[in-house]
Design a protein around this ligand. Structure first.
Ligand SMILES: [Ca+2]
Ligand SMILES: [Ca+2]
Length: 455
């Protein structure tokens, strides 16, 4: 574990445009803290750059060496804090010396509230963006005829550099664009792992989870600055498995024909391949993906009630009720679950608690009960089955266009008892937008999945 000890009594100062914000913040703060002392000591710029791992440098207050400063480190800090003028007397495994070397951030020989202020400034949370591969939607739209898929890589790298996300050689990113000569997956390579949004939200750990298992943890609807872009169409020319689709505006040379696109608010499969658009619709946004980090991403898990998709398909009128199908497909260790469907005598909202938080089996936040009841935009979609798998695209029975009113005989396929009713209401599991609930109308003779919620 490298420790970020700075050089005392020497004046080092340099600016490095590739530095991440946390470096800059830390430097400014140290300058400020030292103005009240006898000398102003600047820590070496080598704390922020100059090594092969320049994008994920050690931080002094990182006691467990995982390069993040988070609640684990805070617990150790609290154990060390003895107050002004006192030598730390921590519980094991910390020692007075390890407390001082890790948490005496202003080097005055004790761990006190001044160090706590410094500690807060270095706090990164469990996902430190500069330690992982960043994935974003371009803030700008680009012409569909730049000449090749590869030509968009440079656009991504310019955006990433401007946003302070790129490496020192400004080539860490590839555009998620494919054509007959180059696929996005090939340019991404096979060794990269740990993909996160610029706002520290996890997307996927491995390329396999991204492209093979459809395990998209959160949709990629933020740009390189971490700002929301909403429900935008993103041109890709790329299939769900990362290979080249047949539709790519004539290898990105023409404004005629059509192109495969993804949806920035979508998860499994549809994030890269949700449909086709005409190339004559003009410039479009692109996804950009960093490829240099090989750090394992362990996504933080939220606490809450489980909400999941059935892996079984439910056919109205067949022997099981929606609740029985949900019970049969619930994750191990989960107690009572109910189907999130409208019934003729009850709205779907009756099985939700507005005060509760709902999470997928993988621990990713879906939303509060209040947000779900309002059919609001989800933090992440309900696109994981109770058994942990992520179906690429799933249609789901819901029974009403909103969650606050009972269904009627038609919208609920006769309260889920008849395949002969004309058509019922359902949604698409792959999106975080309202169509997760009411995006489709289907013949009641259709077998589809169900959303299920822990009670
Ligand atoms: Ca840590
Ligand atoms: Ca101190």
């Amino acid at each position: 574990m490298g420790r970020n000890r700075y050089h005392r009594g020497h004046l080092f100062f340099a600016l490095d445009k590739s530095n991440r914000q946390w470096c800059d913040t830390m430097m400014v703060h140290r300058l400020h803290r030292r103005r009240s002392g006898l000398i102003i000591t600047l820590f070496s710029i080598f704390a922020c750059s100059g090594s092969a791992d320049a994008q994920c440098t050690p931080i002094q207050a990182d006691v467990n060496g995982d390069r993040t400063v988070d609640s684990v480190d805070y617990a150790a800090f609290a154990n060390c804090m003895a107050g002004p003028g006192a030598v730390p007397s921590p519980d094991s495994p910390m020692t007075p010396q390890s407390c001082l070397s890790t948490f005496d951030l202003d080097d005055d020989g004790h761990v006190d509230l001044f160090d706590f202020a410094d500690f807060q400034d270095t706090y990164t949370g469990p996902i430190r963006v500069d330690c992982y591969n960043v994935v974003f939607v371009s803030s700008q739209a680009f012409p569909v005829n730049l000449g090749s898929a590869v030509a968009y890589d440079q656009k991504c790298n310019v955006l990433a550099t401007t946003a302070g996300l790129n490496n020192s050689t400004n080539n860490a990113f590839v555009a998620w664009m494919s054509d007959a000569n180059s696929s996005a997956a090939t340019r991404l390579g096979t060794t990269a792992r740990g993909f996160v949004r610029p706002d520290s939200i996890p997307v996927a750990d491995t390329i396999q989870s991204l492209l093979t298992n459809n395990g998209i943890l959160n949709a990629i609807h933020v740009n390189e600055f971490g700002h929301e872009v909403g429900s935008v169409v993103v041109m890709t020319g790329t299939n769900a498995n990362g290979t080249s689709s047949s539709f790519a505006c004539s290898n990105w040379t023409s404004t005629t024909g059509s192109a495969s696109v993804g949806s920035a608010v979508a998860g499994p499969g549809a994030w890269t391949a949700s449909g086709l658009v005409s190339c004559n619709q003009g410039p479009a946004r692109i996804y950009c993906i960093e490829k240099t980090s090989t750090r394992i991403l362990i996504p933080p898990k939220s606490q809450g009630k489980i909400i999941f998709l059935t892996n079984s398909l439910f056919l109205p009128g067949i022997s099981h009720t929606p609740d029985e199908v949900c019970a049969g497909d619930r994750p191990a260790g989960i107690g009572t679950v109910k189907a999130l469907v409208a019934r003729t005598n009850a709205p779907a909202a009756n099985v939700l608690d507005p005060e509760s938080v709902y999470i997928r089996p993988d621990g990713q936040l879906v939303g509060t009960g209040a947000v779900l009841i309002a059919a609001g935009e989800l933090q992440s979609g309900i696109w994981q089955q109770g058994n942990g798998s992520y179906p690429p695209s799933a249609s789901v029975w819901t029974g009403q266009t909103n969650l606050t009113e009972p269904g009627n005989l038609s919208s609920t396929c006769s309260n889920w008892t008849s395949t002969s009713s004309a058509a019922g209401v359902g949604g698409f599991s792959f999106t975080t937008q309202l169509s997760w609930w009411n995006g489709l109308v289907k013949s009641c003779a259709t077998a589809m999945r169900l959303y299920c919620v822990e009670q």
